[in-house]
Design a protein around this ligand. Structure first.
Ligand code: ADP
Ligand code: MG
Length: 408
């Protein structure tokens, strides 16, 4: 399979073919969705990801396509795990669409083939959890071919899984004309804007626990961004690289060199915390844990840094307020605990208040933080549904699940 970088970053994004650009009427359409959602006590606990695919599904129903849905749920690792069957997902989807959703206990095989044959115009079948099959994550060509045999057209609608080269996200495309669903179209269009004359200054805010997942985006934005505001656990490694005492804080000793390299390359663009919220190193962080402020020159050796301090919040907020474009991924503190949520809340409110700016954010925990602070997603220009996929897209990685989509 050829991954075409130019296709992703140099062509205008409306060049991706979508379900609008292909005749789907009466055709068997295999739609890869990302319905990897939390299930509690046999019921769907959060249906956001199902709702996000509704425009595409409603369009296909209105065009009288025969819809065959495929998704993964959880990590069954190639074997059947009864609790990870899609029965409750199908039930919720049927409620939201107000039409029946047929299910099948297979994704390929005689039962699946028979179930597919029964799908009439405007009807929907949800195949069984695709990760019950080892061929899925292995992107086994025979498995991909068997899956593709169900359909005439492949629709990529699983942005959250598009960074994986699996059978149902990439492999099937070798056998079927492939177009984007509306969600994938929107993700690619909105995220691509960052690379096509973004309104300046372009400000990137990043945090989170581990540097590994953010190195790529940091490296890329050192060149592209005007400011990089760094908080969270990853900032600790940068502070340590600069020779500051960070006590017993979470940091990555093996990433000090990378941090130094980014510090040198970024120069004035990189903004690190000047003060922090910390707690005693032996205290388990809880909602009642006593916390204290410290400047970064005065972090006690027996403490841990859990958030950015008030002066840093002000600096970050002022920089965000001046931005033409803001890209935010990663909480700047241990926001799950009340004493350390203030920094992330300040960032979230500053990005939400940047009304004239294009604001783009994503990441599982970043979105969790919005929920915690009760900030509506529509306050922002674009909230990406992809965590890892968004990061890889922003890094400039050609995503296997996007590179297979036909262009106009
Ligand atoms: P996202 O899912 O949005 O990409 P990450 O997964 O990278 O975000 O990071 C989120 C996690 O980082 C959160 O669970 C948060 O508690 C943690 N975190 C942020 N700052 C710190 C810190 N200073 N110490 C410990 N954990 C932190
Ligand atoms: Mg996360």
């Amino acid at each position: 399979m050829r991954y075409n970088r130019a296709r992703l970053f140099h062509l205008p994004m409306h060049a991706l073919k979508t379900i609008r650009d292909i005749d789907v009427t009466s055709r068997r359409v295999l739609v890869r969705v990302d319905f990897n959602i939390p299930i509690k006590d046999g019921r769907v606990a959060d249906d956001t990801r199902i709702r996000e695919a509704l425009p595409t599904l409603e369009y296909l129903i209105s065009k009288k396509a025969r819809i065959i849905l495929v998704t993964h749920l959880g990590r069954p690792k190639g074997v059947v795990v009864p609790e990870l069957r899609l029965t409750s997902v199908a039930a919720r989807l049927a409620e939201l669409l107000h039409i029946p959703v047929a299910t099948c206990d297979e994704a390929v095989g005689a039962n699946a083939t028979a179930a597919v044959a029964k799908v009439r115009e405007g009807e929907i079948l949800l195949l069984e959890n695709i990760r019950f099959y080892p061929g899925e994550e292995a992107n086994d060509p025979t498995f991909a071919k068997a899956l593709a045999a169900h359909a005439d057209i492949f629709v990529q609608e699983a942005f959250g899984t598009a960074h994986r080269a699996h059978a149902s996200t990439a492999g099937v495309a070798a056998h079927l004309p492939t177009v984007a669903g509306f969600l994938v179209e929107k993700e690619v269009r909105e995220l691509s804007k960052i690379f096509h004359n973004p309104a300046r200054p372009l400000v990137v805010v990043t945090g989170g626990a581990k540097i590994d997942t953010k190195i790529g985006i940091l490296r890329r934005f050192v060149a592209l961004a005007d400011k990089i505001l760094l908080g969270g656990g990853i900032a600790n490694t940068f502070l340590a690289a600069k020779g500051f005492e960070i006590g017993q804080s979470l940091y990555q000793a093996d990433k000090l060199d990378v941090a130094r390299e980014i510090i040198a390359a970024a120069g004035d663009k990189l903004v690190l915390p000047t003060d922090v919220i910390a707690a005693a190193a032996d205290a388990v962080p809880m909602d009642t844990t006593p916390a204290f402020e410290a400047t970064i020159a005065n972090v006690p050796n027996d403490s841990k840094i859990y958030d950015i301090g008030p002066a840093t919040r002000q600096t970050f907020a002022a920089t965000i307020a001046m931005a033409g474009t803001v890209v935010w991924n990663g909480p700047v503190g241990f926001f799950e605990r009340a004493p350390f949520a203030g920094g992330t809340e300040a960032v979230a409110r500053a990005v939400a208040a940047a009304e004239r700016a294009t604001t783009i954010l994503g990441g599982g925990d970043t979105i969790e933080a919005l929920t915690r602070f009760q900030i509506a997603p529509d306050t922002f220009t674009h909230v990406s549904t992809g965590g890892g996929a968004m990061l890889e897209f922003l890094e400039g990685e050609p995503l296997p699940g996007i590179a297979i989509i036909a262009t106009k």
